[in-house]
Design a protein around this ligand. Sequence first.
Ligand SMILES: Cc1cc2nc3c(=O)[nH]c(=O)nc-3n(C[C@H](O)[C@H](O)[C@H](O)COP(=O)(O)O)c2cc1C
Length: 182
Amino acid sequence: MDFLELVKKRQSTRKYDTSRQVEPEKLQNIVEAARMAPSACNAQPWHFIVVDEPELKNKVADAASARLLGMSHFTKQAPVHILIVEEKVNFTSGIGGMVKDKHFAYVDIGIAAAHICYAAEAQGLGSCILGWFNESKVRKLLNIPENKRVLLDIVIGYPAEGLRNKKRKPAEEVISYNSYPQ
Ligand SMILES: Cc1cc2nc3c(=O)[nH]c(=O)nc-3n(C[C@H](O)[C@H](O)[C@H](O)COP(=O)(O)O)c2cc1C
């Protein structure tokens, strides 16, 4: 599939087909795509935890469910969650980040998250990145040390909803050539 077509098709899936599991080969391709993501100074400041054991997955899903706010109630429908734990950057990325006052690990993990979502989409799967979840509950469930940040939870499964129209700012507002808009 053409890449732009893939970009147009990817959306945050918030309704999943609970009767379908994700095939292990597809899951393997997804995490491999994440592992191949670029990162500042090739620091690879991440650890990916694939949660596909149903009982544990449901507990993680509960920690990511926010019914009160009317969002993230779909987390239990998805058969797989991939948690991204932030790891230490290497020396060069750390120094570079300090000098330039940029937290490269956040950028790196964002790119890895995109790789996960597009690898899912390319194989007919839906995904949704979650930043809103109970981090300390997730840490406990997955034996993640308390000093580590769990930045994202990405839910994956077969979608049970059609394609929505994309709501995006107009191109003129977010893109300019050769100068910041004056
Ligand atoms: C860093 C990040 C955190 C997000 N957190 C959540 C979340 O906690 N719950 C949720 O339902 N969607 C979450 N989203 C999905 C966004 O709401 C979604 O990408 C955006 O509205 C654009 O819609 P689309 O992905 O369908 O194109 C998150 C996306 C990103 C990139």
